[in-house]
Design a binder for this molecule. Structure first.
Ligand code: G3H
Ligand code: 13P
Ligand code: ZN
Length: 321
């Protein structure tokens, strides 16, 4: 099956109330683990590649890995640029055959963000690709200093519902990454903090009321940072802090049902791979054949992805909707 666009995947996911996992890849083992899990669970998937991944692996190697995945798998696969930071990088990826790109100009003032996104949208749409934009800042579930008395403020870090509508209308992006208390990495929250689900509902409703339909939203920073993986890493020589924290799976569940159609996961893959490598090397200190520690680590990533597909994203069985 040729690569698919996220647009097709999102339309089906919104109808079926499931989410598509967007998993970051940097090397062969990650691609294999994700694709095997999705193939066995019959789940559609987005493989996403950051600028850092391109620098690490070389774009040509990554392209060939994706080609290999497409030729061994039967499930729909989309390839997406994660956090593209310039028009030039987005163009380069579209020219290479990516079916989707993210242009992340969320650090720019609103008008500049619109302008940069629109330029990417114009190019992408002419070349059969789709675009994800971002509005708001992924600062985590700290108090949003723009907030007062629970009202939405344009001065805050989180995505403002009415601004989201204007942003989508003016930029023409096909999906929107939002800030609702989410953040990247393994240290997201302090204590018992959660995503701002009420804001998510307000954003979704504002887009619907503005005639944008069941508009696809994207949840970055969606790793759950499972405690058992952190414990495993530290048991075998790691030194991760006591204060690791991810998005509770129950929050992702609500976000999925509320219309977060693309759910970005990178950190959890890193944790599973690291736990697997550390365990294998600790238990077999004389081992120096990379296959003997990368193999078990790849298996741990695969099991993690299977769990996400089945129990968190609920996209298992939906590959051929
Ligand atoms: O959101 C960022 C992703 O986790 C990719 O991270 O830029 O270190 O490849 P990276
Ligand atoms: P995590 O760090 O929570 O895995 O988020 C990944 C992400 O958002 C990639 O864009
Ligand atoms: Zn991200």
């Amino acid at each position: 099956m040729p690569l698919t666009t996220t647009k097709e995947l999102f339309a089906k996911a919104l109808k079926g109330k499931y989410a598509i996992g967007a998993f970051n890849v940097n090397n062969m083992e990650l691609v294999q683990a994700i694709i095997e899990a999705c193939e066995e669970e019959k789940a559609p998937v987005i493989l996403q590649i950051s600028r850092g991944a391109r620098t690490y692996a070389n774009p040509v190697y990554l392209r060939k890995l994706i080609e290999a995945a497409v030729s061994v798998a039967t499930i729909p696969i989309a390839v997406h640029l994660d956090h593209g930071d310039t028009f030039e990088l987005c163009k380069e990826c579209i020219d290479e055959g990516f079916t989707s790109v993210m242009i992340d100009a969320s650090h720019e003032p609103f008008e500049k963000n619109v302008e940069i996104c629109k330029r990417v949208v114009d190019y992408a749409h002419k070349h059969g690709a789709v675009v994800e934009g971002e509005l708001g800042h992924l600062v985590g579930a700290q108090f949003d200093e723009g907030e007062e008395g629970g009202g939405y403020s344009t001065g805050g870090h989180y995505t403002h519902p009415e601004e989201a509508v204007t942003f989508v209308h003016q930029s023409g992006v096909d999906s929107l990454a939002i800030a609702i208390g989410n953040s990247h990495g393994a240290y997201k929250f302090k204590g018992e903090q959660h995503l701002d689900i009420e804001r998510l509902k307000a954003i979704k409703k504002a887009l619907l009321d503005a005639g944008l339909g069941d508009y696809p939203l994207v949840l970055h920073g969606a790793s759950s940072v499972p405690k058992d993986l952190v414990v495993e890493i530290n048991k075998y020589g790691g030194k991760m802090g006591e204060d690791t924290a991810g998005v509770p799976e129950a929050d992702i569940e609500i976000a999925r049902r509320t219309g977060c159609t693309k759910v970005n996961i990178d950190t959890d893959l890193r944790l599973a791979l690291t736990a697997g490598i550390r365990k294998a090397l600790f238990e077999n200190p004389k081992e120096f054949d990379p296959r003997k520690y990368l193999g078990p680590a790849r298996k741990m990533v695969k099991e993690l992805v299977r769990h996400k597909l089945r129990n968190v994203l609920c996209c298992a069985g939906h590959a051929f909707d």
